[in-house]
Design a protein around this ligand. Structure first.
Ligand code: ADP
Length: 595
């Protein structure tokens, strides 16, 4: 019982949430839903009553009234058809507007969440459900469902007035059939929710193979490895799996749908028997016979649809509840304290920091204590999987330490305003992205940057050695990368893309540079050029530099070695060579290759 109350309360909260949201986005959609429900109700009463009047006038031979009534009925039906078409058009446009706006909110939410949250399977599931709800128009249907339910109740009361003489035994059959239908509806809606929940992870796989992998970014490798047949096979498998799920649930549902239609037939027979009996007893005229039958059928139709709307509302409520949960997630970066400037004496301190990825049992980083001081140039080295990228992610505040804390100038990073803290860093990530924007927009993230921003972007392009390339392009720095938004779009080589990503970090010009494998795609000559201009590029900034090429360590005064998630060495090149541990052995191995 307690669970039921909790479910009803959650439905109420969900309903109010979407009511407010829809009201905010489109007030017209409410008017349209009310008009549509009103029209359906009034029209169905007309359809119940008019044929009876017409038949009675006909039976009495009253041709004048017969004709009038037929004309009025026909005109009414025409008017209703016209209004229904208008209402449908307006409501479709409003529904699209609502879906677009909520889709936009989903994008806004996804971009506002902290990175660690986007990796959580629970949040991914909520996101999938929310997307499905919006795309299937479930939100607007939920709303209009409730409004038409209210009107259905009004219609039922009016019909009861017509059917006031209905005897108890007909009422008993009616109630029994309604109960059967209600149970069937409940079973079906439970079945629908279970089906949707089972389908979501499979749909995710299917979408990956149908939408993601056919994107141009994968096209080259797909052909080089002849991945097409594998993708096609996996796609067919997921479709088969989806069909199997649908079939399984449909078979279950079909059995119950049969019970419901048998009950419906029994009710029709009862109605006919009752009305025919009354007609032959002389209690009904032909017209009243028709009106009574129509009213009975309409009464049963409205009751059933009200019951199914009620169950549908609760079913939708469960899925919409998840959409509401997604929209209500707040970023786990909750700090509000202002971030002090990064200047002489500044420190970023890792205090016994450990980190374990969600759903992972091993620690990626264990008990790391480390202080980064203003102006230092630090090289972070270590074998693959040692925890270098994780260390950077933690420093950037992408994830929260599982244990320990990170202090910025003595204040826990979790207490700081996240956007402000993030602005302290110019970053080149290992898996940097080049966007299908213009070269300029890839740096400034603005279509029309201010003059000073424009000048800084050109300076960054020059510093990184992309000036000649850019100057030679017909649209120079305004040239688009890829042909997605411009048919004259250009393509950059892997090395050029990496240079552009470094230029972006230079353009950002923040206090602390984080460069994760910045030269992995560059030729030795280009890499040498970057090393040569390293001091010019990074200036007085504090730098954290991750590289597998240990020759780059000569650029940094301090080297940190990570191994198996632990900080094992920390010192200058000379000190670590003297230490004769992992760094020294890695350095010697790389040096040997160049002898
Ligand atoms: P490095 O940058 O030194 O190569 P990483 O910091 O990327 O190492 O990874 C450290 C460890 O954390 C590795 O064992 C890796 O498998 C694991 N790891 C990295 N990213 C994730 C993730 N998103 N989820 C689970 N484990 C991860």
């Amino acid at each position: 019982m307690k669970t039921l109350f909790r479910q009803i309360d959650r439905l109420r909260v969900t309903y109010i949430f979407f009511l407010r949201l829809q009201w905010k986005i489109s007030k017209i959609s409410f008017l349209v839903a009310v008009l549509s429900a009103l029209l359906t109700t009034v029209n169905s009463l007309a359809v119940v009553m008019f044929p009876g009047f017409i038949l009675d006038f006909l039976a009495k031979g009253d041709r004048r009234n017969f004709l009038y009534t037929v004309i009025v009925f026909a005109a009414w039906e025409l008017l209703v058809a016209f209004f229904k078409a208008v209402v449908k058009r307006v409501s479709e446009a409003q529904n699209r507007k609502i879906s677009d706006r909520i889709n936009h909110m989903l994008v806004e939410k996804a971009t506002s969440l902290r990175y660690e949250q986007l990796e959580s399977p629970e949040i991914l599931e909520l996101y999938e459900t929310a997307k499905k709800c919006v795309n299937d128009n479930r939100i607007t249907q939920f709303m209009s469902g409730i409004i038409s339910l209210i009107f259905s109740l009004a219609e039922l009361i009016s019909l009861l007035y017509v059917l006031k003489s209905m005897p108890l035994w007909v009422l008993a059959v009616f109630v029994a059939v309604t109960v059967v239908n209600a149970v069937v509806n409940m079973v079906i809606s439970k079945n629908t929710v279970e089906e949707a929940e089972e389908e979501i992870p499979v749909s995710r796989v299917m979408r990956y193979f149908s939408y993601e992998l056919i994107k141009p970014a994968y096209a080259k490798e797909m052909r080089a490895f002849d991945l097409g047949s594998y993708v096609f096979k996996r796609h067919s498998e997921s479709i088969d799996e989806l069909i199997d799920i649908e079939k399984k649930y449909y078979t279950k549902r079909a059995r119950f749908i049969n019970y419901s239609s048998v009950a419906g037939k029994a009710l029709s027979v009862t109605f006919y028997i009752y009305c025919i009996f009354r007609f032959y007893s002389g209690l009904l005229t032909v017209g009243e016979f028709t009106t009574s039958l129509n009213a009975m059928f309409r009464f049963s139709q409205v009751t059933n649809s009200a019951v199914s709307k009620l169950t549908e509302i609760s079913t939708r409520g469960i899925l919409l509840g998840k959409t509401m949960d997604y929209l209500n997630i707040t970023s786990s970066a909750l700090g509000t304290k202002p971030v002090a400037p990064w200047e002489k004496g500044g420190t970023i301190e890792f205090v016994d920091v450990s980190y374990r990825y969600p759903n992972s049992k091993d620690y990626a980083l264990k008990n790391v204590s480390l202080t980064i001081r203003f102006g230092e140039k630090i090289s972070v080295v270590g074998p693959n999987g040692a925890g270098k990228t994780t260390l950077i992610g933690l420093m950037l505040g992408l994830f929260r330490p599982t244990e320990g804390k990170i202090l910025y100038n003595g204040t826990d990073v979790e207490e700081l305003d996240f956007a402000e803290y993030r602005n302290r860093f110019s970053v080149l990530l290992q898996d940097y992205q080049i966007y299908n924007f213009s070269i300029l927009e890839n740096l400034t993230f603005s279509e029309n940057p201010a003059d000073s921003e424009y000048a800084s972007a050109l300076e960054a392009i020059e510093k990184i050695g992309l000036k000649n390339k850019t100057e030679a392009l017909p649209n120079k720095e305004r040239s688009f990368i890829s042909q997605m938004f411009d048919e004259n779009g250009i393509r950059l080589s892997g090395g050029e893309e990496q240079k552009l990503a470094i230029a972006r970090a230079i353009y950002q010009n923040s206090d602390i540079f984080i460069l994760d494998e910045p030269t992995s795609a560059l030729s030795p000559v280009n890499e040498y050029e970057i090393y040569r201009h390293f001091a010019d590029i990074t200036g007085e900034k504090t730098v954290m530099y991750i590289s597998h090429r240990l020759s780059s360590c000569s650029l940094c005064s301090r080297i940190i070695v990570l191994n198996n998630g632990m900080l094992t060495e920390d010192g200058s090149h000379a000190e670590l060579m003297k230490n004769n541990s992992l760094y020294a052995s890695m350095y010697r191995t790389q040096a040997e290759l160049f002898i």
